[in-house]
Design a protein around this ligand. Sequence first.
Ligand SMILES: [Zn+2]
Ligand SMILES: [Zn+2]
Length: 262
Amino acid sequence: MSESPSKKPKVTGSVDSGILNERVLLLVFESMKWDIHALCHTSAANRKLRALARRLLWRELCAYRAPRMISTLIEGCQISGGWDALAKLLFFCAGCESTRHFKLSQLTSGHFVKSTRFSKTSGRSFLAKKCRGDVLYVSDPCEHPTVDKQYDVGIYRGVFRGFKKSRTRDCLINRRVEFEEGVKCPYCGARVWSMTAARLIPRRSAARRLGSSDDALEYFVCLNGHLHGTCWLAPLSSDEDTDDCDDEDEENDDDMYTNNFI
Ligand SMILES: [Zn+2]
Ligand SMILES: [Zn+2]
């Protein structure tokens, strides 16, 4: 039913018995359709299970739950930052707090999400023109109401394929953009660049993609190519189709929905 990535990790005939038998664990998780909560609990049980999850189970979960997206991400590339971080990115909205270029009066907590649509076409709207050759998946924004503002906050996340060889990373390095003080990647804990500070945000296309009321948006990219960002969402309007845009390949896009069983 699910297509697995071409390079399957080796399942070793484990010397351990019972719960640590890898084949048994794979079958058990498959029978649970790789429920992320079950895997979180399993990997928190002890050191051995955490190591096994890191080596094998998180990868299997990602490949099972998001097969097309994962096979695109690993096409000639390695997953940087670990499969556990990628699994978190697929199923967890990290919330947000005030940053240098995006002010909020309150902290918004993170949470597991029911389902998320990730798209490469969306991702292109977040790439500066000279970096359009990069492959970036970005999610639709998760809507969070705020108490003191007219607009909701939109929180979104994404991931680059092969970030270490990407044009975006080259641009960041060439421009000698500094890492953002006080902000870490919510998925892998690495340092991040503010794309506002780097002047690498194509504001019009990104705002339009997000349904942002203006260009009040900010996103960060970490050393491992995870993206997380925020925006102010515009109230629903009826003039959606008037803008020119590059949606012509939308129907062929490699959209990926990740559904959670909560
Ligand atoms: Zn959220
Ligand atoms: Zn990261």
